[in-house]
Write a protein that binds this ligand. Structure first.
Ligand code: GAL
Length: 695
């Protein structure tokens, strides 16, 4: 059962660092927060050196005073455990707690997150500080929740300290029992990699050509995830025992961590840190990238963990480190837009990072709401506007949930395996991007769903009319069965190239691709080729003109079968060839097929999805915007719906720097302004409308 934050009103918050400021500033800061309808602060997560200035000596005075001040202003507090930043005394005395690079070089004091999760000493010291804090703060009335650590696996998500190698060995013993089983799972028969003693087994270490054994590399990520959760569990258990009245969360979505398992096992709800302006500095090689709107995809993954969640850190200004990161300022209106982007996708508590820009340290250019000078600026005004709006409309929206009838499926094993395996990893990013963009532009809300293969998934998947599982190279029999049942019951599923050629150990199956879903799709892969370098993507030829195709104005746009080509062979007479390759030595062979089965359909596309192909497929799969009968909006506007007992709300988010014209053919009330909207109207640049959809 997914865990949600469970608020009955939208809340606004901000991250605050009392230890960075003169105490004389606190009262005014808190007063101004409450004037802006900021009701929650997150504190403490990096303050270990203040809580425990030397080993075993505790000083909670500064935070007691800060909590009392917060309490006087009616602020609720989320308290962080400070374990992301071990103090200098700690790493100096116990260097074994430090993390290391793959060649064993220790990461020293001076940054953050420089520790490893395996060190028994670090676990012990973290347990002690967590217990001390829990005992000390448990009765403070301002505290409502705890944040564990800060952003597990941010900055680095690999760990190569001595204790990590030892913990990995233990994890493997548990998993495989014998060295023989391990050797088999890792295929060590190749290149004389066979292990004859457990002591020979390590996490990846530097290898020739930086090429670790691929099966080991996959287990490495699974181990890191389990080990992160085991580390977090120590704190969660102490907090549950000592202050059971408080809720527990943690923030951030990072690599090598199964955040679903973390949340299900330890947390009350998940929190995300949303910095859409990263899109302006890392936009990839897409010539028309989604930019900040791409964060809707990230938020969709978060929503799959906690349908209603917290954004613990929402971008509140240009981000910047002294050395590593520099980014443009959000344009006027963009911060508010991003706040509603979070809300649309399920956030009921949104906390800005941070109240005031730090005047010292690595993040002196990571701008908070307030500038150093503390005088009114446009970001503070924008946040105050959001605060006012939340106060007005928040109780109507909180608890409602994003709704969609199409989902993009993902899973951790393929994500982790695809980091190393260049034969499928890059295909997924390309295809998900193509699908997500086209669904966004067509105003078709979409979910992202993590597949685990178990019974709970079966129920969940049944909600969707269409599932897109782009390149599940690792496909278990259990997942294949689940999807077959989904199709039998009326769902449509579509797979892309390289599906099903590996089992969960990452071994290639001695079966025709797509392995466990070959029967469901009614095809096998007869031949295949990577499309790369001088080998160009062949044209696709649609075998029949669909109604959608006839209506598409730009149907002259040629579709190409990009990145990889599975050349398909039909194995079942119920299979229809929807498109074939029009070029290369396999011209005329099937490229895209559909098999009707039970009440549903199984589709297979032998390539990576491009936007042109997706554009065509959306029509053929029968996907449509749920508001098409009464609302027309240009591409630059995201449309999504939150729905629940309290009502149904259509969010319109204009990511464009120009106003967007929309056409509303059935009168609706804009929740934000109370205006009745009918006919042609505008959403200003970076503007937001929330229309109440009553039938
Ligand atoms: C997050 C982190 C914050 C702050 C912010 C801006 O990753 O949790 O502490 O560093 O980024 O860089």
């Amino acid at each position: 059962m997914a865990k949600s934050i469970g608020l009955d009103e939208l809340r606004l918050g901000v991250c605050y660092y009392p230890e960075h400021w003169e105490e004389a500033l606190w009262e005014d800061d808190f007063k101004r927060m409450t004037e802006m309808n900021i009701s929650t602060i997150r504190i403490g997560e990096f303050a270990w050196a203040i809580f425990e200035p030397e080993e075993g000596v505790y000083d909670f005075g500064l935070f007691d005073r800060a909590l009392d001040a917060a309490q006087r202003h009616g602020l609720q507090v989320i308290m962080g455990t400070p374990t992301a930043t071990p103090p200098a005394w700690l790493t100096h005395k116990y260097p074994e707690v430090l993390n290391a690079s793959i060649d064993g070089t220790l990461y020293r004091h001076g940054m953050r997150r420089h520790y490893n999760y395996s060190s028994p000493k670090y676990r012990e010291l973290c347990a002690i500080i967590t217990r001390e804090m829990a005992e000390h703060f448990k009765d403070h009335p301002a505290i409502v929740a705890w944040q564990l650590d800060n952003e597990f696996n941010c900055e680095t998500n690999t760990f190569y300290a001595e204790d990590d190698h030892a913990a990995f060995r233990e994890w493997l013993r548990e998993k495989y029992g014998t060295l023989q089983a391990l050797n088999e799972a890792w295929g060590t028969v190749v290149w004389s990699q066979t292990y004859t003693d457990w002591e020979q087994v390590h996490l990846p270490r530097p290898t020739v050509a930086d090429s670790p054994n691929p099966h080991l590399a996959l287990d490495e990520k699974r181990f890191i995830s389990d080990n992160t959760i085991a580390f977090a569990r120590i704190q969660a258990e102490i907090l549950r025992e000592v202050s059971p009245q408080h809720r527990i969360t943690t923030n951030g979505l990072f690599g090598h961590l199964d955040s679903h398992a973390l949340t299900d096992g330890l947390l009350d709800y998940f929190s995300y840190d949303s910095y859409p302006q990263f899109s302006t500095i890392f936009s990839g090689n897409d010539d028309k990238p989604l930019l900040d709107r791409k964060w809707s995809l990230n938020l969709s993954t978060v929503r799959d963990i906690s349908p209603n969640f917290c954004v613990m850190e929402q971008q509140a200004g240009p981000g910047g480190w002294v050395n590593r990161i520099d980014m443009p300022s959000p344009r006027p209106g963009q911060m508010r837009l991003w706040t509603y982007q979070s809300v649309l996708h399920g956030a009921d508590l949104v906390m800005y990072f941070r109240w005031r820009t730090a005047t010292v340290g690595t993040e002196i250019y990571w701008h908070g709401l307030n500038d150093y000078h503390n005088r009114p600026n446009r970001r503070v005004k924008e946040a105050a506007r959001v605060g006012k709006e939340f106060a007005e409309i928040g109780s109507r929206i909180a608890g409602t949930m994003y709704t969609a009838n199409v989902a993009i499926l993902r899973d951790y094993d393929n994500e982790w395996d695809g980091e190393l395996d260049v034969w499928h990893g890059p295909l997924t990013a390309q295809s998900v991007n193509a699908w997500y963009k086209q669904l966004q532009y067509r105003h078709i809300p979409a979910d992202v769903v993590n597949v685990r293969g178990g019974e709970p998934d079966a129920k969940l998947l049944g909600r969707y009319r269409v599932l897109i599982y782009p390149h599940a190279a690792i496909m278990t029999g259990q997942t294949a069965e689940l999807l077959a049942r989904y199709v039998e019951n009326g769902g449509k599923v579509i797979f892309g190239a390289r599906t099903g050629y590996k089992d969960e150990r990452g071994h290639c199956r001695m079966q025709p691709f797509p392995g466990p879903v070959a029967e469901l799709c009614g095809i096998t892969v007869e031949d295949f080729t990577l499309i790369k370098g001088t080998v160009k993507a062949p044209k696709l030829r649609w075998t029949s003109e669909s109604a959608a195709e006839q209506n598409v104005e730009n149907k002259s746009v040629q579709a190409f079968a990009e990145s990889f080509n599975d050349i398909l062979q039909i194995e079942d007479s119920a299979v229809e060839v929807v498109a074939e390759y029009a070029e290369s030595y396999y011209a005329g062979s099937p490229a895209l097929t559909r098999r009707k089965q039970g009440a549903g359909e199984a589709w297979y596309y032998g390539a990576a999805f491009s936007e042109v192909v997706v554009d065509e497929l959306i029509g053929r799969l029968g996907l449509e915007s749920p508001v098409r009968s009464w609302l027309q909006a240009p591409e630059q506007v995201e449309i999504g719906i939150r729905e629940g007992r309290k009502g149904r709300y259509v969010f319109l988010l204009n990511y464009g720097e120009e106003a967007a014209k929309i056409e509303v053919s059935e009168a609706r009330i804009d929740l934000l302004t109370g205006e009745k909207i009918e006919g042609e109207t505008e959403i200003p640049a970076y503007g937001v409308r929330i229309l109440e959809w009553t039938t």
